[in-house]
Design a protein around this ligand. Sequence first.
Ligand code: UD1
Length: 419
Amino acid sequence: MDKLQVTGGRRLDGELRISGAKNAALPILAAALLPDGPVRIGNVPHLHDVTTMIRLLGRLGASVTVLDGMKVEVDPTTTRDFVAPYDLVKTMRASILVLGPLVARHGSADVSLPGGCAIGARPVNLHVDGLKALGAEIEIEGGYIRARAGRLKGARIVLETVTVTGTENLMMAACLAEGRTVIENAAREPEVVDLAGFLSAMGAQITGAGTDTLVIEGVERLGGCHYEVLPDRIEAGTYLLAGAITGGRVRVRDVRPGHLDAVLVKLREAGATVTVGDDWVEVDMQGRRPRAVDIRTAPYPAFPTDMQAQFAALDAVADGVGTVIETIFENRYMHMLELRRLGADIRIEGNTAVIHGVEKLSGAPVMATDLRASASLVLAGLVAEGMTEIQRIYHIDRGYERIEEKLRQVGADIRRVPG
Ligand code: UD1
């Protein structure tokens, strides 16, 4: 299994291009099961999770062709099988996103329960209850969600918790239901809006995307289209932080700056000069040590949980004391323990981490535990003295395209070695 070796101490300086968003590409690929004809999706990031979703679509019988430049063509008309098996779902929870499209389009779906994961229990009850409200009959049996339905019927669904993939699953299913569906307390993440854009391009009738109330007028069929996935705001935020933590300057290109607002506020607080263009953002620390910042995660447009671990790394070397409060996933603190192995001073009390910035971290072997946790270890490695060797980097490859190449492009000393 590959490892990443990072030698700290280089101030990053340069520019890099941001890929398509993983969390938009995954639901969009799942939604490609819905239409009556082929769709072409561009700006798809080359990531393990995307490969897993493509394999899953293939297992269901859809014809998937990966064209040059990460364009993916999906012809769903050959879909014959409606089972998302455990061996795929266990490697990627987002496999649950085929549940809504399969039930809505084929009246049948057997999707393995994802099970627990390193960042908390992560239940799927809201996906299941919402589909029941739309008229599906669902049983949980043998570790599988078994859903059966005739044509779904529009309904009013009030989500008890804001859930991103839950909102997406129900929005996709409602597109082919009979009549109107209203989803209240819907997630407002840009990736939900991007999925709504893709569904609309196929002929769906959706209003309210980006607000907490989605209204979907069901249609009888959806057709093919061509769509480009939006840029990855979490990838962009991670590289901006890489610039800030090293006291350097990093510009990210091909982004939607507005989607980064909550992150940019914190980078400014940390002392960075932030410049925003039409489709780029630059962070410049001018050689300064960052100041500690307080973080509290919450659904969009508040501060994203997927950037929490990276800011914990920043606080670990910042001037002052920062607190990190995680309100979305109760166990998302595994990276704190690994950061401590590098010399970080972190105390965890309930769902709050109190981080006293230290002058220096020192390189050590560490283990990636989940996707964003791994990113925080890479960031810490960029400033730690000596070499940090990160194991289990398959977590990173799930969500960051060629992370070592992109970081090398802006001056980092990082390499992938076979382990
Ligand atoms: C998505 C993102 C993930 C991000 C997360 C929160 C994708 C593929 N993944 O994950 O990167 O960290 O949003 O922004 O887009 N919950 C329930 N019942 C449910 C569903 C969720 O109680 O049926 C709870 C969860 O336990 C959690 C909260 O709702 O506390 C939010 O989770 P959710 O938004 O569903 O996360 P994901 O969609 O899995």
